[in-house]
Each structure stands twice: as structure tokens, then as C-alpha cells.
Design a binder for this molecule. Structure first.
Ligand code: ADP
Ligand code: MG
Length: 339
């Protein structure tokens, strides 16, 4: 008798959750990215106890059709890609069809959604991967997903969670970057009764920077832009006299996706060269745009790391655009010239 069996869906989802849902901030990331993919221009995030007791994401996007609501919580269920070919030109933030089933496997999730303006919608309640309630409900167009008691059924993961402040810090850090990546979307972040972010969503990147870092930082920023045949860059970088003690003020986005890019950070720092004191770093928002076929986002479930097809060319654009912006405003001592 053979000993190998196929795991049931619930265990498979719990395993996927281990990768996709590392902490409360991962839930916020996945839900907000879904809202962006749904075309929302207003996204409200509420959290309690660092997101461990409650995370709620409300959007005014396209909503989920009533007949799709249960399917959306199934593994590998997605409306964003359909063929293998689509994988090589991802235009949305999501595509793996993993987030909702993974989150629902390790929390108590309530989804209220409507895809129409007639006030009719649907509500579903899923606890630990099991549907415990569903029905029609009056809901305005858009989606509201509430995640309660994250990791309530995975005590090992729950024990690993850090303090409320640390978990909240991860949530706000990610949302700040998303607000910078999408100045055309109005983001609100509340923790209990505190409002931690409120971006206007009027499309003005400098105003989004002001919402995230305050007006004095926004005023200390200079515009950068550059392009080649394949790539386009725009954004803002801080004047050399305006520095911070770490790299956290550097945000890099690719086609609206917040990514980790040590290479782009390195290229940016190379442009400042001796203008920055040792151990000090600029604030920057670098927005890269390219044909989706030139970037592979399917590197890791969290999609924070990507691979560029012509990385050296892209990094040279970053470095030279930043260098040009900086030399346009200050006298660069000789020797700090472009390398
Ligand atoms: P993915 O985003 O990779 O497609 P998810 O599990 O995150 O997978 O979501 C599954 C599907 O549910 C999405 O493809 C989308 O059709 C739908 N969906 C999820 N969240 C929203 C939302 N906020 N608004 C509209 N549709 C949504
Ligand atoms: Mg998704």
C-alpha cells in the first residue's frame, strides 16, 4: 500500500499561510493590494492591537460578484491571470490566488462586498478556513474585509509575534510606502482611535510625501526623472543636507508595486557619493515604470523581490537621474563626478 497522499485543502492553505501571512502587516499588504487591483481610489485601514485582534480594510473598488465570493476564498482562485503566458507580463499586484484562502485559514474573516450600485451585496464569514455564515446583505459598492484574531488557531505563530508597537510599525511602514507608490489613491490608517496616515489621493506625489513624512521633509525634496528605451524613472530625492540615520526613508516601486531593491538603493547612494556624511541616508521615492514583461515578480510569495531583465541599465538610470538632480541644485566637488 502506498503511503503518499495529497493533503486536504485546509492543510494546504495553512502551509501557504506560513509563507504569505508572516505577521499582521502581511495581511494588510495583501488586502490593500487587492483593493488597489480592484481600482479603488479610497482605501481605509483600521487596526487594533497591532493588527493582532483586528484588521479591517475597506475600499470603493469594483467589488466581488455575489457568485464569486466563495470562490475568491479558494486556493489558486484569481480573476487576474488565466493563462501561463500571463505570468510573464503581470499588470496587477496580485496573481497567485493565495491571499484570501491563506488569511482565512489562520484567522476569522468577514467579507462584505458589492459589485453593483444597487446596494445589494453579499456577506461571508469564514473561521479557520470553514464557512460559518453567508448571505445577501445591503453593502455599498466596494469591499470591506475584517480579519479578527489572527493566528488564533496557530499558537506557534502567535507566540512569535512582537509587541503591538512593533507590529503596528510594520503595518504603517508598508502603508506609507504604498501611499507614496499611489498618490492617486487616498489612504487612511487608524490604530484604535489614532489616525496614523491620511493621504489626499489627488495624484500629487509631493503631497503624498507630506502626508507620510510631514511638510518639512516634502519641502526638502527635489524631483528626479530619467529614462531609456526600456525604463522610466520619476520621483523625489532629498537634498543632501536633509538626511536620516537609516535607509528606511528610501522607497522603490516598480509599476506601482513596492519592492525591496538593494541595487536601486546602492545606485541612489552612489549618486550622492561624498555629499552624505558617513552613516547618513537620504529620503527618496523612486518610481520605476517598465513593460511588465521586463520584470519578473514571481520570485517569492510576498512579491517584495523582483528580477529585472536589464538590471545594469536600470541602475544606471537611477544613478544618473539622481546625480543630475543633485548637480542641478548644489556644487558637486570634483571627484564626486559620475562613475
Ligand atoms: P489574487 O489577488 O492573487 O488574485 P486573492 O486571494 O488575494 O488572490 O484574491 C482572490 C480574488 O478575489 C481576486 O483575484 C479578486 O478577484 C477578488 N478580490 C479580492 N479582494 C478584492 C477586493 N478588495 N475587491 C475586489 N475583488 C477582490
Ligand atoms: Mg491578492
Amino acid at each position: 500500500m502506498g503511503r503518499i497522499r495529497i493533503l486536504d485543502d485546509h492543510i494546504a492553505n495553512q502551509i501557504a499561510a506560513g509563507e504569505v501571512v508572516e505577521r499582521p502587516a502581511s495581511v494588510v499588504k495583501e488586502l490593500v493590494e487587492n483593493a488597489i487591483d480592484a481600482g479603488a481610489d479610497y482605501i481605509e485601514v483600521s487596526a487594533e492591537e497591532g493588527g493582532l485582534s483586528l484588521i479591517r480594510v475597506k475600499d470603493n473598488g469594483a467589488g466581488i460578484h455575489p457568485e464569486d465570493v466563495e470562490t475568491a476564498f479558494l486556493r489558486h482562485a484569481t480573476s487576474k491571470i488565466s493563462t501561463g503566458k500571463d505570468l510573464f507580463a503581470i499588470r496587477t499586484l496580485g496573481f497567485r490566488g493565495e491571499a484570501l484562502p491563506s488569511i482565512a485559514a489562520v484567522a476569522k474573516v468577514e467579507c462584505r462586498t458589492s459589485a453593483t450600485d444597487d446596494g445589494l451585496g453579499r456577506r461571508i464569514l469564514i473561521e479557520g478556513g470553514k464557512i460559518v455564515d453567508s448571505g445577501d446583505e445591503a453593502v455599498p459598492r466596494g469591499t470591506e474585509i475584517t480579519v479578527r484574531e489572527l493566528f488564533y488557531n496557530t499558537p506557534a505563530r502567535l507566540k512569535y509575534m512582537k509587541s503591538v508597537q512593533t507590529e503596528l510599525g510594520h503595518i504603517s511602514d508598508y502603508l506609507y510606502r504604498l501611499a507614496l507608490a499611489h498618490p492617486d489613491i487616498s489612504f487612511t490608517l487608524r490604530h484604535g482611535s489614532n489616525v496614523l496616515l491620511q493621504s489626499l489621493g489627488n495624484g500629487d506625489l509631493r503631497q503624498a510625501i507630506a502626508a507620510v513624512y510631514g511638510t518639512s521633509t516634502a519641502k526638502a525634496m527635489i524631483p528626479v526623472s530619467g529614462e531609456s528605451l526600456d525604463y522610466r524613472l520619476d520621483g523625489f530625492i532629498s537634498k543632501p543636507e536633509f538626511t536620516r540615520a537609516n535607509r528606511n526613508g528610501i522607497t522603490v516601486t516598480v509599476n506601482g508595486r513596492v519592492i525591496r531593491s538593494p541595487q536601486a538603493t546602492q545606485a541612489l547612494l552612489a549618486a550622492y557619493h561624498t555629499l552624505l556624511p558617513i552613516g547618513r541616508f537620504p529620503v527618496a521615492v523612486l518610481r520605476l515604470k517598465m513593460d511588465p514583461s521586463l520584470v519578473d515578480v514571481n520570485v517569492h510569495p510576498s512579491k517584495l523581490e523582483v528580477r529585472f531583465s536589464k538590471e545594469a541599465e536600470l541602475m544606471e538610470i537611477v544613478r544618473s537621474a539622481a546625480f543630475t538632480a543633485l548637480t542641478g541644485m548644489v556644487h558637486i566637488p570634483s571627484g564626486a563626478a559620475s562613475r
